[in-house]
Design a protein around this ligand. Structure first.
Ligand SMILES: [Zn+2]
Length: 204
């Protein structure tokens, strides 16, 4: 099973590219989804933290990775691989995935901050199904409701995310390069072009 980690600035299109790999047998692991699911189900792993989280606290890294490992363990034998997106943002997290052998290849989606900003500030989300639209759509084609701007994509929130990325995530890159197969992809072109490069890089 191939174990991929997608890295890159918010807006690099990591989630979209991960989705496009689904038909090639790859499963996408979204840390946010896993945590939300665990809360909904009152998962034993997070029970001791529920109260503190409800008061605005954060889950410790170790607990997040326990949830991820639990999700990974449910994959069937036939799964070609999985993609971790947004799971490694700090050095301790990178060290954890190395120690637990959770990834073997890093795909780094490289793009300029200007392009990332442009993409994030123009995208809209369906308030109903949560699908994100990055083109000029104003309506969710599935739910037939008006799209809204995500709070996460306000001018201030975007710059905040870039800042956190620079401070915490960028310094992780040397460690990732040293310890895993590290593939750099140009994330400036269109979704289709990047997808082609991803397939080439993974020899699919
Ligand atoms: Zn919708």
């Amino acid at each position: 099973m191939r174990k991929l980690l997608f890295m890159g600035l918010p807006g690099a299109g990591k989630g979209t590219q991960a989705e496009l790999l689904e038909k090639f047998g790859f499963k996408q692991i979204s840390t946010g989804d896993i945590i939300r699911e665990a809360f909904k189900n009152h998962d034993k792993i997070i029970q001791p933290y529920e109260e503190s989280i409800n008061n605005g606290g954060f889950l410790p890294d170790e607990i997040i990775f326990q949830l991820i490992e639990k999700a990974l363990s449910k994959f069937s034998e036939g799964t070609k691989g999985y993609i971790l997106d947004g799971a490694v943002r700090t050095l301790p997290q990178a060290e954890y995935v190395k120690e637990h052998n959770l990834i073997d290849t890093v795909l780094f989606f490289e793009l300029t901050e200007d392009t990332a900003y442009e993409r994030l500030s123009s995208r809209m989300v369906c308030p109903n199904c949560k699908k994100i639209y990055s083109n000029k759509t104003t309506h969710c084609e599935k739910c037939n409701v008006d799209l809204i701007k995500r709070h996460d994509d306000s001018h201030e929130a975007i710059h905040n995310r870039f800042q956190i990325y620079k401070e915490k995530t960028e310094p992780v890159m040397p460690f990732l390069k040293e310890n895993f197969e590290f593939i750099v992809l140009d994330a400036n072109p269109s979704v289709e072009e990047i997808h082609k490069e991803v397939l080439k890089a993974l020899e699919l």
